[in-house]
Design a binder for this molecule. Sequence first.
Ligand SMILES: Cc1cc2nc3c(=O)[nH]c(=O)nc-3n(C[C@H](O)[C@H](O)[C@H](O)COP(=O)(O)OP(=O)(O)OC[C@H]3O[C@@H](n4cnc5c(N)ncnc54)[C@H](O)[C@@H]3O)c2cc1C
Length: 412
Amino acid sequence: MSQPDPDAWRTQVRQWLAGVLEPARTPQSATEAADLAVFHNLSEDEERLLLERCRVYQRARFDAGYQALTLPEDKGGAGLTAAHAAAFAEEESAFEVPPSTELISVTVRLVGMAVSLFGTAEQRDTYAREFLRTDLLACQLFSEPGAGSDLAALRTRARQEGDEWVIDGQKVWTSGAQFADHGLLLARTDPDVVKQAGITAFLVPMDATGVEVRPIRQMSGGASFNEVFLSGVRVPDRLRIGRPGQGWEVATATLAFERTASGGGNRRKGGTFADVLALARSLGRTEDPLVRQRLADLYVRAALRAATVDRVARTSAAGGRPGPEASLTKLMASDLLTRTGQVAAELMGARISADTGEAGTFAWAQHLLGAPGYRLAGGTDQIQRNLIGERVLKLPPEPRVDRMPFSQLPGN
Ligand SMILES: Cc1cc2nc3c(=O)[nH]c(=O)nc-3n(C[C@H](O)[C@H](O)[C@H](O)COP(=O)(O)OP(=O)(O)OC[C@H]3O[C@@H](n4cnc5c(N)ncnc54)[C@H](O)[C@@H]3O)c2cc1C
């Protein structure tokens, strides 16, 4: 389809947002700072309530045609460019968007997109549409105890028995698995080819016999991610996503969506520059030249990140898959989150480590303890730098010593 005029489209988006959301409020004092947690520390009932709140907005967005903006129309998307998606995020940031969770983001921005792109027409109708509308929730069953940065080394196996696949293995760090209906799982289906070539993707029902989810308690208090054990789990062939052996392509596309969602999305994660400024004001520190310097540095970095998100979006081709440049925005987002926590901690000193009851102070501990997680999730800072070096700057690649079939690699 021909692309709508960007300015007219923006106006239309703004009008729609104004009809469903309240305008964003800038915190005037530390007490008014919104939720400062990077990862929620909620009871199961509270988490379910939060998920329901998020779903109301996601459904409205889907029904208005503003979900999956960059997916091609024949894959169930709006067929627009990354620049439209960035414009939507920018317009959205002027409103009070309901707080989101990792699971909503994984369902809509990762699994929904991947199943739309790689699934059959039937899978798109039955699952992708439901994920994009958050009627069904899906987690990402990729990482394993021995396969994080080196994801292609995964050992979870799937063997075909007639019209079914039998899956055995273990996944870890699976965000939201305890609330998910399905999981997009990567499994090794052929150990006798190079490691990337022998992987297949499946959509696993999380209530299938043999799936066991064990929440992991994090240092910030909550348990937003899990270990998932799979013992003889039977999945029908109709839940295979893509061809046998196409799993690595599904994985890399999903991870590129993840970097874009983490780096470019405006889902609130922890404190923002506006929250730090409100904190400095409430502590009476805004006249201190050193504090002003730190605040200015944070402001400039936040502005640079926003400009980079915009630039990457403008240079990305239309067609649904973000390029390696998304690593730049992911890296800048996790760096900004860390620095935001550091400036808040410097402002507060010991007050951040003890709950004195003073509003808007100890809450920053939730930010500080959660921020390191974002330097790992969706590919670590070091891996983003490798991707930028090799695929954006075209520097010589790291030495690869694992070009033989997976079964011949040491330890297999
Ligand atoms: C908050 C959070 C949520 C997550 N959610 C999910 C989820 O929902 N689903 C899922 O599948 N996974 C999830 N993960 C897992 C995440 O993708 C992995 O933690 C990440 O890919 C790193 O893998 P690892 O933890 O095994 O670390 P490792 O790969 O063991 O890395 C250890 C260290 O070595 C460095 N390193 C490794 N290889 C290289 C290299 N080649 N060059 C330079 N440095 C290197 C890393 O940067 C890191 O510092 C989540 C993680 C976090 C923290």
